[in-house]
Design a protein around this ligand. Structure first.
Ligand SMILES: [Zn+2]
Length: 140
């Protein structure tokens, strides 16, 4: 069987371009609806709560809790082999929306449901991607 390769990156929407440009500057920004005030993730042109298309971008705390996770031990393609094992989690942000991301850091494999996490920015290619790291309970 020939080795698998990663597909080409998807074309970015205008909203995704804004999101990743903010991430490249070390900022986690979400869209906030100007009609119902709801924040949302993933970046898209309309509010998933009310359908409004008037929004503003604003930075968020980057804090959240792990709602669910899995530890990946089998690479979905050879490109992921050197990353094993790694953690994929659903993080509920303090502001409400959920994000899927990796849990990174030396203690990533000890993550638990409900663990507090905070955003970190991982360099990928020419950009940076929001990921999350466990927050030590005794951290200030
Ligand atoms: Zn709305």
């Amino acid at each position: 069987m020939p080795p698998l390769s990663l597909p080409s990156p998807p074309a970015l929407t205008a909203e995704a371009r804004h999101y990743f440009a903010a991430a490249a500057r070390g900022r986690l920004e979400l869209q906030f609806c100007q009609s119902c005030a709801a924040p949302w993730f993933f970046p898209r042109p309309t509010c998933p709560r009310c359908g409004g298309d008037d929004y503003r971008w604003a930075p968020v705390s980057g804090r959240g809790v792990v709602e669910s996770f899995t530890i990946v031990t089998r690479a979905p393609s050879p490109a992921f082999r050197d990353l094993l094992p790694y953690v994929v989690a659903v993080v509920a942000l303090a502001e409400g929306p959920r994000m899927m991301a990796n849990i990174v850091g030396a203690d990533a494999l000890e993550v638990t449901i409900g663990a507090p996490v905070e955003v970190v920015f991982e360099t990928r290619g020419e950009g940076r991607v929001p990921q999350f790291a466990c927050v030590r309970e005794d951290a200030p």
